[in-house]
Design a protein around this ligand. Structure first.
Ligand SMILES: Nc1nc2c(ncn2[C@@H]2O[C@H](COP(=O)(O)OP(=O)(O)OP(=O)(O)O)[C@@H](O)[C@H]2O)c(=O)[nH]1
Ligand SMILES: [Mg+2]
Length: 231
C-alpha cells in the first residue's frame, strides 16, 4: 500500500566556534530539548572541554508538503581549541584530520556559527571558522547557515551586531560565489541556562533537513511498492 511508504531525511549539523562558546552543551540540548531541570544542571556543570569528536543524533517526524518524513539530525561536534596546549591535548585540526573522510562531512546540511555574546573575540573568530568551512567545501546549495548568539542569559545580544554579522557572512558567501541565498543565512539567540532558543533551533534544523537533506525511502516499503507495480 502506497500510504505505508516511509520517507526519511538525514543531514549533518556542524557547530563551529571558539572553545567555551557552548557548542557541546547546545548540541546536547538540541537533541534532547525536553530535558528536566536536574539533567540540565548536570549537562551544564559536567560538560568538559572537548578533546574528541562528539556525536549526537535525534529523529523526529516532520510534515513537509503534507508528507510525514522521519528526519534525523546528526550533530558532529569538534573541539574549538586550535592551539596545542599540552602534548596530551588534541586540537580541532587533529581531530578533524581523522574524520575528514566521513561521508557525512562531505556536505553539511546545517552549519552553526556559534559565539558567546559576552566575549567579543569569539564573534571576531567567526570569519576564521567560516573560512574553514569554505576551505573544506562544506557549504553547498543545500546548506543552512545559522549565526548562534549564545549565553544570552548573561548579556543581551545586540540586534545591530547580529544584522551586521549576517550581512558580512552573506558578502563572504557572494565573494566566494557559493550558491547560497540570503534566506539561507539565519540568526538565533540562545541560552542553554534558560533553555531559550533551543526548541527553535531544533525545529529550524529539522525542517530544513526534512526539506533539503538527504532523502530516502524505507526499504520494506520499496518492496511493497514493487509488488504493487507488478499487480
Ligand atoms: N551562562 C551560560 N553558560 C553556558 C551557556 N552555554 C554553555 N555554557 C557554559 O559554557 C561552558 C562551555 O560550554 P561547552 O559546551 O563546553 O563549550 P564548547 O564550545 O563545547 O567548548 P570546547 O569543547 O572547548 O570547544 C560550560 O561551562 C557551559 O556550562 C549559556 O547559554 N549560558
Ligand atoms: Mg565542546
Amino acid at each position: 500500500m502506497t500510504d505505508e511508504i516511509k520517507y526519511y531525511a538525514t543531514g549533518s549539523v556542524i557547530p563551529l566556534g571558539d572553545g567555551f562558546t557552548g557548542k557541546s552543551v547546545l548540541s546536547r540540548l538540541v537533541v534532547n530539548p525536553k530535558i528536566s531541570d536536574k539533567e540540565l544542571n548536570e549537562v551544564l556543570l559536567k560538560t568538559r572541554k572537548s578533546y574528541n569528536i562528539e556525536l549526537e543524533f535525534s529523529s523526529e517526524e516532520v510534515i513537509t508538503y503534507d508528507q510525514p518524513i522521519i528526519t534525523t539530525l546528526q550533530l558532529y561536534v569538534f573541539p574549538g581549541q586550535r592551539q596545542k596546549i599540552s602534548d596530551k591535548s588534541t586540537t580541532f585540526d587533529e581531530i578533524l584530520n581523522i574524520f575528514d573522510c566521513f561521508p557525512a562531512l562531505l556536505k553539511v546540511s546545517v552549519l552553526l556559527l556559534i559565539y558567546d555574546v559576552t566575549k567579543e573575540h569569539t564573534l571576531q573568530s567567526l570569519e576564521m571558522w567560516l573560512r574553514f568551512a569554505l576551505v573544506k567545501d562544506w557549504i553547498y546549495k543545500d546548506t543552512l547557515i545559522v549565526l548562534v548568539s549564545n549565553k544570552t542569559d548573561l548579556e543581551p545580544a545586540n540586534d545591530e551586531t547580529i544584522k551586521q554579522v549576517r550581512d558580512t557572512i552573506y558578502s563572504y558567501i557572494k565573494d566566494h560565489k557559493l550558491p547560497v541565498s540570503k534566506e539561507q543565512i539565519r540568526t538565533i539567540k540562545t541560552s542553554c541556562v534558560k533553555m531559550e532558543g533551543i526548541e527553535e533551533l531544533r525545529k529550524m534544523s529539522l525542517e530544513w533537513i526534512a526539506e533539503r537533506g538527504i532523502r530516502g525511502v524505507g526499504i520494506r516499503d520499496i518492496e511493497k511498492l514493487g509488488e504493487e507495480e507488478e499487480e
